[in-house]
Design a protein around this ligand. Structure first.
Ligand code: SF4
Length: 270
């Protein structure tokens, strides 16, 4: 416990004072939350750029938000832009903070917790679990999607913008991957969490074994586990949905779809 407290004390984030400054936010838009336990609710998506990981899923291809991770675009939105989204739609009381890896931007996340506390907004932060942040107000929901061995790139693969992977990229990917101590701190400190592994256990039995060992080691109950089918386009999701749904029905897990992909296919900002 002492060790955890020490780590927590060392990670106190700051505040953002210049609300006009451009932040590492690459997308900002209204949408309907379509993954996990807040599914179906209108929300504001804040997508940060930059990621600690370099996910490559073999036949499943590169990270579907590669423009925030493998080839990160520059951010172009300010804190005032976020405020305006909620000023214009005061009925929306949800925020989906995603990336990239939002926990790389501790001051921004901390400032958002102040904003959310003032306005009664529930923040869902999507994280692979690289960094713990002791925000001034706890985050409403940690949506945890740690990356397992099927996410490790291989040497010699072409990236979305035509670079070729090397050992350094693999090292970078594994540096923060499955950081269990950090993941435990995130689960304990913040208000609530769910675990959202991406897997089709029927076709990926080895990956499912890893996921299940991780879940049991961390004591995550089945009713906080939402299994999400892999696939970044409509056709692939429609193919795998029935298998993952049947698995959830037969084994007592929650199923979560990716309804924005079913509705809009590969379109961005939806
Ligand atoms: S952790 Fe998420 S955002 Fe980062 S590379 Fe992997 S899939 Fe992409």
């Amino acid at each position: 416990m002492k060790k955890i407290q020490q780590v927590m004390e060392n990670k106190k984030p700051g505040r953002i004072t210049d609300y006009d400054k451009k932040l590492p936010i690459v997308e900002l838009y209204y949408c309907v939350q379509s993954e996990g336990s807040r599914s179906g609710m209108p929300t504001v998506c804040v997508r940060t750029t930059g990621c600690t990981h370099r996910c490559w899923f073999g036949e499943g291809g590169w990270c579907d938000s590669w423009y925030t991770s493998i080839h990160p675009e520059k951010g172009g939105f300010s804190f005032n832009d976020i405020k305006k989204m909620y000023d214009d739609r005061p009925d929306i009381k949800e925020m989906m903070l995603t990336g990239g890896s939002p926990t790389m931007h501790a001051d921004l996340v901390n400032e958002l917790t102040h904003f959310a506390n003032e306005r009664g907004i529930l923040i869902t932060i999507e994280t692979e679990g690289s960094h713990f942040i002791e925000t001034d107000y706890p985050i409403g929901l940690i949506s945890l999607s740690p990356k397992f061995t099927n996410s490790i790139p291989k040497v010699g693969v072409e990236t979305p913008k035509g670079a070729i992977t090397d050992e350094n990229m693999i090292k970078q990917h594994n540096k923060f991957r499955l950081n269990k101590e950090v993941i435990k701190q995130m689960m304990e400190y913040h208000t609530d969490y769910h675990f959202k592994p991406v897997c089709n256990p029927d076709e990926m039995p080895e990956v499912w074994q890893e996921i299940e060992s991780f879940r049991q080691e961390l004591g995550i109950p089945k009713n906080k586990t939402y299994i999400m089918p892999p696939g970044d386009n409509r056709d692939e999701l429609i193919r795998v949905y029935p298998m993952v749904m049947d698995f959830c029905r037969d084994n007592g897990f929650n199923f979560t779809g990716r309804e924005h992909i079913i509705a809009f296919d590969t379109k961005r900002c939806v």
